[in-house]
Write a protein that binds this ligand. Structure first.
Ligand code: ZN
Length: 1005
């Protein structure tokens, strides 16, 4: 039997685009490698190698068959294994359009828990591979599984990579119902108010809320949909029936879709392991459905579908903002994962900042093809952006696999956060010295306090000029010592030998794209100032004032609670309160955690610390620096107790007197801030939260919250929200920060990793720090989110240590801190250590900057990529950090002088590319489809972009929120810094550490 599968679009008919696809999670229930090779099948019968192996002959069997492939992490694993003949065959299938790469990143990244720099990096990695191997540029975004969709995805990873459309499945069920009614599932989404119409992209949300075929059209070997049985000599002939089913499903979808084109997503998770069964049935359906003639069916791809929609020349509704939070049905908000696995989230963010810095160093040294490169870290980080990786929605063993991959990329004191760093735990009394090299990956000079654990108390710190500088010692408190011992033992399999006594803190001043060296040595008496400590046990009256500089925090003497924030420079004086509470995993009720007294204060010249043992499993250190106007809060939460049989989600709430009128702002993937509105009434929420521990009010929490609040209409920009989860339904992802404001003051909280947060009551900011749950959510993982750490057979719940930062500013002044300091949080100082004996006096080059010493990037610009590519060219990305109207001074066109960024290199050629660096920008703009928006005849706003770069002047202009990507060719006779990378044994553990020093700059040529 020969089936006619050659049909294309038929005008005037309902055209059913059959899009054959597989959704291959880059880790979820199994690890990425297990999914690829098909091992561990008792968990899930899934083998991506089978998918790709069986796909090729199935496509070759009929030139009308088409397939899309998405996840490059899997494709690359497969590609490496193929013969030259097979590679030629695949190239032929790609060139003919039978096999199309869609999305094209290493993974289908998450959109809530990811930072935009990571999203760009992992997309670039995949896109450049596709370009190099196939000379192909993916046209379509395909984010079919992530749990809600971000504005940054639409405009940066959509429009700015040159995509013509973006498709996804998961939007809130109430939103989807309304969009179906109004035929508004397909819209023009404008994700950035600063970028205006240039940020628009055509987007389609799938009508059924998933990425699967219509019911009854699954054709994997073991699926139970009826196959098309068209052999009249056999029993169960069912062609009419199947055609009728097909037509009915097509009509019901066409009823909620604009135009007569509909898309069927023919596939789902790990399907096509025996591709022929799918294609055999689709061949028959196409043949018989078209013979029937009521609708028109054919093999298609999202590109063909998009072109068909575009060809209609229609106008589409406009969508602003984003698609968060996501509920797939009543009481099912997917907002807990904004915080799930906070340790992995913190680790991903830390490695992300390190990867940015490591590529800079790799460039300065010269990419070493034979030696270690940043490539394995690039891969590990890319995979970690997957929507079941950094999200925390994977099984525990898979989470461990992501962490293991990341750990391979970083060796220098990975446990420094818990005061474990053998390289600095050296007895200096015997004349040894420790050199600390502090690298700054930002484009501007930076001053921050550095802390390292030391054994001796009589130490001095000298700077790059040999001058003794002010330093401060802090005792390592008991809570930290216990944590250090337990986790260092868990990490190494044996307990650490040395025990540092102190944190040594000093202020490092480091030039842009450069480093400074500090030397720590012993002295007769300590040059470092030991703190004066005070303990307040609650019997004191009056206030305790903290802070050696302009910023003072005032604590109440009798209950030890934070009460006031005073900044004498900006004249902000505001009352505040901080608390911890938890939501119970079983019923969502909330319980306040009482602060325990005493609190201990350590005062020093650089900063003051307030230590609070909140309860037996929450420890908090608040720091106020002399030179900074924000407070830094370090929290240690865990092990979360579960002996009462109740899982818990731990939140901190900061209450202020700001009248934010239900409105707050959260970032989109660390980039644009979006306005959020919370509509829980003040009195109601206070009622339930402040007095919940009185037993009769518990009824309020359990019953009234759900019945009473259910009557309140909450707010979404696009539809009238029926509120059924007043907390979860008001949670949003936070990657940079959250802020609230009234007519006088702004209050901002910045975070060091992805978290969930909200402003549930006026004046209040809440962020969720940790969660430990005892029940699976029934969405496939089949494990409770109950993370533990084990030493031998002794396991306890995971303890999470992290930081958040808070600051008040007069209205209109907060963004300077959010943007500049936010960039510093993303790119912390990178520390390297080496140990020397006393014959050694100084570094050959104790301080260094790759940039012109008199130059610095403007305050509103960051270098988000600086990387030598395999062919020796250099990838440079510059990002304007401010939105239109965000700051009166900095929301303006910025300029960067490349000659001064690279003073020792001659730029021979520079070309601007798309965001993922796989095509020239100009080409991309020419090709991109320009869609019409309903109700506007012309592009309504000016497309504000920096002008072309003059190859002689080499000045780059950046408009607010603009990111520009360049490939630069430096003169082959360029000056390369010779970075000596040596290894010296460090510490008693015999581990090795990396020691990087620039000793000279010279011509290599
Ligand atoms: Zn998935």
């Amino acid at each position: 039997m020969v089936y006619n599968t050659s049909q294309g679009i038929v005008p005037g008919k309902i055209n059913v685009h059959l899009v054959a696809h597989t959704h291959d999670d880059v880790g979820w229930l199994k690890t990425v490698d297990q999914y690829y090779v098909g091992s561990n099948n008792s968990i899930q019968g899934a083998c991506v190698q089978n998918v790709l192996d069986s796909l090729i002959p199935a496509l070759l069997a009929d030139k009308n068959r088409r397939f899309i492939y998405v996840e490059q992490a899997f494709f690359q694993r497969w590609w490496r294994d193929q013969s030259e003949d097979m590679k030629k065959t695949v190239e032929m299938l790609v060139n003919s359009g039978q096999l199309e790469f869609i999305n094209g990143g290493m993974c289908m990244h998450d959109e809530a828990a990811t930072h935009y720099i990571d999203m760009i990096d992992q997309t670039t990695l995949g896109h450049r591979f596709i370009k190099e191997e196939f000379n192909v540029i993916p046209r379509i975004g395909w984010q079919i599984d992530p749990f809600g969709h971000s504005a940054v995805q639409a405009y940066l990873l959509g429009a700015e990579v040159g995509f013509d459309a973006l498709y996804f499945a998961r939007i809130d069920y109430q939103d989807r119902a309304k969009r179906r009614d109004e035929k508004k599932l397909e819209v023009i989404w404008q994700g950035s108010k600063s970028r205006g119409s240039s940020s628009q992209i055509f987007t389609g949300a799938f009508y059924a809320g998933n990425y699967e075929p219509p019911t009854g059209f699954y054709f994997e070997v073991n699926d139970d949909s009826p196959i098309v049985q068209d052999d009249i000599n056999l029993f169960d002939y069912n062609v009419e029936e199947r055609v009728n089913d097909f037509v009915a499903a097509a009509l019901s979808q066409a009823n909620v879709t604009r135009s007569n084109h509909i898309m069927w997503t023919m596939g789902t998770d790990f399907k096509y392991q025996y591709a022929e069964t799918w294609f055999r049935n689709m061949d028959k359906l196409i043949h018989y459905v078209n013979r029937d003639g009521r609708v028109n069916a054919f093999y298609s791809t999202p590109s063909i579908y998009t072109d068909a929609k575009y060809a209609l020349n229609e106008s589409w509704p406009l969508k602003l903002d984003d698609y968060f939070p996501y509920a797939d049905r009543i009481n099912a908000y997917w907002t807990g994962y904004f915080t799930s696995r906070p340790a992995i989230k913190g680790y991903v963010r830390m490695m992300s900042g390190y990867y940015l810095a490591a590529r800079q160093l790799e460039l300065f040294r010269g990419r070493n093809k034979s030696g270690p490169t940043t490539d394995s870290l690039a891969d590990a980080l890319a995979i970690a952006q997957h929507h079941d990786a950094v999200t925390g929605t994977e099984k525990q063993h898979v989470a461990n696999d992501y962490a293991k991959r990341l750990s391979i990329g970083y060796k220098e004191c990975p446990l420094l956060n818990i005061s474990y760093c053998p390289a600095t735990e050296v007895d200096l009394s015997l004349g040894k010295k420790i050199a600390v090299i502090v690298y700054n990956s930002l484009g501007w000079k930076r001053t921050s306090v550095v802390r390292i654990p030391v054994i001796n108390e009589n130490v001095t710190v000298t700077d790059s000029t040999g001058k003794v500088i002010l330093s401060q010692l802090l005792p390592i408190v008991n809570a930290s010592i216990a944590m250090r011992k337990f986790h260092a033992t868990a990490y190494m399999g044996e307990s650490p030998s040395a025990s540092p006594m102190y944190w040594l803190a000093f202020t490092a001043v480091v030039p842009p794209l450069g480093f400074s060296t500090y030397v720590i040595s012993s002295s007769k008496s300590s040059a470092s100032i030991k703190p004066i400590s005070y303990t307040f046990d609650g019997s004191q009256n009056g206030a305790i004032q903290i802070g050696p500089g302009d910023l003072k925090l005032i604590y109440s003497g009798n209950d030890g609670k934070l009460a006031q924030y005073i900044n004498s420079r900006s004249s902000v004086n505001i009352s505040m309160e901080q608390s911890y509470s938890y939501y119970a995993g079983d019923d969502g009720s909330s319980d306040l955690i009482n602060f325990q007294i005493p609190l201990t204060v350590f005062r020093g010249p650089l900063f003051d610390e307030v230590h609070q043992m909140i309860n037996s499993w929450i420890y908090q250190i608040t720091r106020v620096y002399k030179e900074k106007e924000h407070a830094e809060v370090e929290f240690i939460v865990g092990p979360i107790p579960i002996d009462d049989g109740v899982g818990k989600e731990i939140v901190t709430q900061i209450k202020t007197t700001i009248g934010n009128n239900k409105t707050f702002y959260t970032d989109s993937n660390g980039r644009d801030f979006l306005e959020r509105v919370c509509n829980i009434t003040d009195s109601a929420s206070k009622h339930c939260f402040a007095y919940h521990n009185i037993s009769n009010i518990r009824i309020c929490v359990d019953l009234i919250m759900f019945s009473y609040f259910a009557k309140i209409r909450d707010y979404r920009a696009d539809w009238d929200l029926e509120v059924n989860q007043p907390i979860a339904g008001n949670y949003y992802p936070i990657n940079l920060g959250i802020y609230i404001k009234d007519k006088n003051t702004e209050f901002s909280v910045l975070v060091d990793r992805s978290v969930g947060g909200s402003s549930i009551a006026d004046g209040e900011v809440e962020i969720m720090l940790h969660r430990r749950l005892l029940n699976d959510d029934g969405r496939g993982v089949d494990e409770a989110l109950n993370e533990t750490v084990c030493v031998l057979d002794k396991c306890s719940g995971l303890t999470v240590q992290g930081k958040y930062y808070l600051r008040f500013d007069p209205l209109g002044e907060g963004s300077k801190w959010r943007r500049s300091f936010g960039q510093e949080i993303y790119s912390p100082f990178l520390l390297a250590f080496t140990e020397q004996d006393d014959t050694w006096t100084n570094f050959p080059v104790p301080t260094f900057s790759a940039m012109d010493p008199s130059y610095s990037l403007p305050d509103n610009v960051a270098i988000i990529t600086l990387q030598e590519l395999e062919d020796g060219t250099v990838l440079l990305r510059l990002a304007h950090l401010y939105e239109v109207g965000e700051d009166k001074d900095l929301s303006v066109m910025a300029t960067v002088e490349l000659k001064r960024v690279f003073p020792n290199k001659k730029i021979n050629g520079i070309k601007e590319t798309s965001l993922s660096a796989n095509q020239e920008r100009e080409e991309m703009e020419k090709k991109r489809l320009s869609w019409k928006v309903e109700g506007s005849n012309t592009k309504q706003d000016t497309d504000l972009r920096g002008g072309p770069v003059d190859p002689v002047k080499l000045v780059v202009e950046l408009a607010p929120m603009e990111i520009r990507t360049f490939i630069i060719n430096f003169n082959s006779n360029l000056v390369k810094y010779r970075l000596y990378v040596g290894t010296v044994p460090a510490g008693s553990m015999g581990k090795y550490m990396m020691f990087i020093s620039v000793v000279e700059g010279r011509n290599i040529g």
